[in-house]
Design a protein around this ligand. Structure first.
Ligand code: CUA
Length: 339
């Protein structure tokens, strides 16, 4: 593991880490400046205005609106600059770019299980290419964990029953620390690993080196068959007794209660585990719950399959989702859109 030239600061190895550091140094600089200024002035006044004789009576102070305005407005402006700068970095970090490659992360006591879109799996190791945008889609099998890569300055909770995301673009090949940053039981401190950043060609070789593994989308397609989803949603997600799934991901969905939402990972998971919660307009509550019957990893596979289902007919009102992966899964035949 490499270290940085400044003590206690981890190496900077992603496109955002320099920006996070700049904000951090600004906060430290402001803090140090005012600490020195206030303690210096304090000591100076203590000496200057010390009591020189037991009978001395100090001169009364009338107060000054001008002075009070200045010492209110300046700190306000400094605080707002911190807020605006921090918010800008926060928004950049919390919105994964549309063209980012997706990698799935499942946390469990006490390991990180990682799966690439080609099917390649790894435990406590994350191989990524340098200079490519990577989006992590994360969930937990048991308790709350937190996926933390100090060198990239990214950190996000990994929560059971929910999907959280974070993204990064590594800028330097190397091996970096991966930590769990949320106390998760006895071996929390051992829930660590390595992020291995490789040259893109090297990474592509590594990724294709184990091609015998099924991609999540293909595994998801098999689950789609074996769990019987096909009988209502169609083999290619064209719909039937259940809503059409082709092109669903990222699209607007109209519900029976009049609400609309965008189909994301959280919505798809909820619709599998608790189908009655958000019924699609025009469909009855006929789907059984799959709560407890599919593991978090199987859910990810089914989701990858649903994402891979594209509408091939351009006449369709909704455009295919550009984010969806297109591995070796079949594309759907055009289906009447019931929603
Ligand atoms: Cu997982 Cu701490």
């Amino acid at each position: 593991m490499q270290t940085s030239w400044i003590p206690f600061i981890p190496q900077s190895a992603s496109t955002v880490s320099g920006r996070v550091d700049a904000l951090y140094f600004y906060l430290c600089g402001v803090t140090v400046f005012f600490t020195l200024l206030i303690s210096g002035v304090l000591i100076f006044f203590v000496v200057k205005y010390r009591r020189r004789s037991p009978f001395e009576i100090p001169r009364p102070i009338a107060g000054s609106h001008k002075l009070e305005t200045i010492w209110s407005v300046i700190p306000f402006l400094i605080a707002m600059s911190m807020f605006a700068w921090g918010a800008q970095i926060y928004f950049q970090n919390s919105r994964p770019p549309k063209n980012a490659a997706e990698i799935y992360v499942v946390g469990k006591q006490w390991m990180w299980k990682i799966q690439h879109s080609t099917g390649q799996r790894e435990i406590n190791e994350l191989h990524v290419p340098v200079g490519r945008k990577i989006k992590l889609i994360m969930t937990s099998e048991d308790t709350i964990h937190d996926f933390y890569i100090p060198a990239f300055r990214i950190k996000e909770d990994v929560i059971p029953g929910r999907y959280t995301t974070q993204w990064f673009e590594a800028t330097q090949p190397g091996t970096y620390h991966l930590f769990c940053a949320e106390y998760c039981g006895m071996n929390h401190s051992g829930m660590i690993g390595s992020v291995i950043v490789m040259q893109p060609t090297e990474f592509d070789n590594w990724l294709s080196g184990n091609s015998s593994q099924q991609s999540p989308a293909v595994a998801g397609q098999q689950l789609f068959q074996s769990l019987g989803c096909v009988s209502c949603h169609g083999a290619n997600g064209e719909g039937g007794r259940g809503p059409a799934l082709a092109g669903l991901f990222g699209r607007q969905v109209f519900l029976t209660n009049g609400q609309t939402l965008i189909a994301d990972e959280g919505y798809i998971r909820e619709s599998i585990e608790n189908p009655q919660a958000k019924l699609v307009s025009g469909f009855g509550p006929i789907m059984p719950t799959f709560q407890g019957q599919v593991s978090p990893e199987q859910l990810i596979e089914i989701m990858a399959f649903i994402k891979s289902l594209q509408i091939t007919n351009p006449q369709q009102t909704t455009a295919p989702n550009p984010k969806a992966q297109t591995p070796a899964a079949p594309s759907a035949t055009p289906a009447p859109n019931k929603q």
